[in-house]
Design a binder for this molecule. Structure first.
Ligand code: HEM
Length: 598
């Protein structure tokens, strides 16, 4: 019988009397109609409909999800392909434009633009400075954080880096001894190819017992130890505790790999909340020791904050700061934020962001530098020569067995160049940096390399970005842009010495990067490893102090550990960035940057 509905009451009556299968059919039809109209809207009527890009990416988030989560971490490659086909401004999802032009970084990141809430929700730290969407609120939160990480503050903490480095050297010595013992039993570890005593089928752990060290993990543990001692006045001790380091590092790799899935389905963040609420023994059983350590860190931070607030941290050993005030003392005393901003539930998030922000990033750069120095003996030799001849250690310092100071080391131009090149190639932060453009149209004119004029020059094009549009840019496109860094895949520190703007070795590297020193921003302004503009990394001073000092301590001629590293079955494919798991990650299945110690 044909359906005749004359009023909404008829419709309701009809639905009430309809069978389940009819209702399901109606629901499916409705869903189909909604999907089709949404697709039509996004393709033809959406404010971004005029921008080029694959139709599927404009219609649905699943396009991005596929490359992010299934491929995984390869959407950046697809975005790179889209730029080649469609030009410098493209639509990469229903709501987001991606821009690729070295000339737009200041335009997008220097103004007071907000972050895009969707883009940073996966971090799970909405009340930390880094997770704050609003520009104005972020300014206050950052002002409270900055003094703790200022240059002056960092200069006083050289001993934190040296102390933890000693533990690191201890681990390298253990590895050397393990190799010697293994070889004494007739095994062979080294670049011997055929007949090598370490079987390719061995896992990393088995290799470790024969003296092979995966430097990515060891640097990571050291970076965690330094940043936790700096921020919470007690080192997490991952270098010393090999198993804990392994668990923690493994957990973090998984969290980073799942970052994109959480971005698309933030509901998974609730799993973290549930885990935090469970007893630690259960967390360990359900999610492993690494996750239990992360939850324990959260509990400790909360307890430390509460104890400081109540003035009773001296009473409990586990909460007492051993050597210096913690990041939480700084935040609780800050005049830059009102009392409401000092609630425990907010400031532990700043504590967490410092651990997350200051560990794998630092480790990634150090791992790349390690690989390239060991792979290029001429670069290593030049570095050692310049450190030797630069006068960074006086005779008295050597006699007193003192360590070189960061303030002095950063004057070594070649060391600074090695660090800058490490920052460029290692891609410690590869995620798209989102900003929402303000509520007025933005217009800019840039070259479109996908279209050429009769003389082969890129055509200049004007782009009008609708108000309120989320836009993003990716550091990897900047760092490997051959118009700025010729032969971009070559690790060539010399390019920084040729830089007429003198980006390196002339003093404060942070000032050089942020344009604080007039005339010192030529090449450095094309480095976005630390982010860019108003949200640039607040931990840069500590990062540079670690990078300069640790490279000089491990590879320089003035230190007394007497150890020599040699790459072990490691090629560029084991370190170079392939997957965007928030930090740049090499091919899946690699055993990482492995060395043996002599
Ligand atoms: C080579 C080392 C490092 C790299 C490559 C790096 C990279 C970055 C990047 C890309 C951002 C901006 C994120 C965004 O736009 O949302 C950032 C922010 C941040 N970093 Fe770092 N970082 C490094 C070292 C550190 C260290 C050592 C610390 C802690 C002591 C730290 C703490 C932070 C914090 C707290 C923020 C948030 C700043 C804000 O939103 O105002 N980072 N970092």
């Amino acid at each position: 019988m044909p359906l005749s509905l004359r009023s909404p009451t008829d419709l309701l009556h009809h639905l009430r009397s309809a069978s389940t299968s009819t209702l399901l059919a109606y629901a499916a039809l409705l869903l189909l109609a909604y999907t089709i109209s949404l697709a039509v809207y996004r393709l033809y009527f959406h404010p971004l409909s005029q921008f080029p890009g694959p139709k599927l990416a404009a219609v649905t988030w699943w396009y991005e999800f596929y490359y992010d989560a299934i491929k995984p971490g390869l959407y950046w490659r697809e975005v790179e392909r889209m730029h080649r086909e469609y030009g410098p401004v493209i639509r990469i999802s229903p709501h987001e434009l991606h821009l690729n032009s070295p000339y737009l970084w200041d335009t997008i990141y220097a103004p007071k633009n907000d972050k895009w809430g969707w883009g940073i929700a996966a971090l799970g730290l909405p009340d930390s400075a880094v997770g704050t969407v609003s520009h104005d609120l972020h300014r206050k939160r950052r002002a409270a954080l900055s003094p703790f990480l200022s240059r002056r503050a960092v200069e006083k903490f050289g001993h934190v880096i040296y102390g933890n480095f000693e533990e690191f050297v201890g681990r390298l010595r253990e590895a050397r001894d393990a190799r010697v013992r293994f070889e004494e039993r007739g095994g062979v570890v080294g670049k011997t190819g055929e007949g090598d005593g370490v079987d390719e089928n061995y896992g990393l752990d088995e290799e470790e017992t024969k003296g092979v060290v995966e430097m990515g993990r060891l640097w990571h543990c050291l970076a965690v130890d330094v940043v936790t001692e700096y921020a919470f006045a007690r080192s997490y001790g991952l270098v010393r505790n090999r198993d804990a380091g392994k668990q923690w590092h493994g957990m973090l790799q998984k969290v980073m790999q799942n970052g994109h899935t959480i971005k698309h389905f933030p509901i998974f963040l609730r799993v973290r909340d549930i885990l935090t609420a469970l007893p630690l023994a259960w967390v360990e059983r359900v999610a492993g020791e690494g996750m239990a350590m992360a939850v324990r860190l959260q509990h400790n931070m909360r307890a430390q904050i509460e104890a400081i607030k109540a003035g009773r941290e001296e009473e409990v050993d586990a909460l007492r700061y051993k050597t210096h005030p913690t990041i939480f003392h700084e935040l609780l005393q800050s005049k830059s934020i009102p009392e409401a901003e000092k609630r425990t539930e907010r400031i532990w998030q700043d504590g967490q962001s410092v651990v997350v922000g200051g560990s794998e990033t630092v480790a990634k750069v150090l791992t790349h530098i390690t690989f390239h120095l060991l792979e290029k003996p001429d670069v290593l030799a030049r570095l050692r020569r310049e450190l030797e001849e630069g006068g960074f250690m006086t005779q008295e310092m050597k006699e007193r067995r003192e360590k070189p100071r960061w303030q002095d080391l950063e004057r070594c131009r070649y060391l600074a160049a090695v660090v800058m090149e490490g920052l460029r190639v290692s891609m410690p932060a590869v995620q798209r940096m989102n900003r929402v453009l303000p509520h007025t149209e933005r217009v800019f004119t840039i070259p479109d390399h996908a279209r050429r004029d009769a003389d082969g020059r890129p055509v200049m094009r004007e782009y009008r970005i609708p108000p309120g549009t989320p836009v993003s840019m990716s550091p990897q496109f900047l760092h490997f842009d051959e118009t700025i860094f010729p032969e971009p895949y070559e690790f060539r520190p010399e390019r920084w010495l040729e830089d007429t703007g003198g980006s390196v070795g002339g003093g404060d590297p942070v000032a050089a990067m942020t344009g604080g020193e007039k005339g010192k921003r030529s090449l450095a302004k094309y480095i976005a490893s630390f982010g860019y503009g108003t949200r640039i990394c607040v931990g840069m001073n500590l990062a540079y102090a670690e990078l300069h000092t640790l490279v000089a301590l491990l590879f320089g001629p003035n230190t007394d550990h007497g150890l020599q590293l040699e790459l072990y079955k490691t090629s560029i494919e084991d370190v170079e960035f392939v997957h965007d798991f928030i930090v740049g990650t090499p091919r899946l299945g690699t055993k990482g940057c492995r060395v043996i110690v002599r």
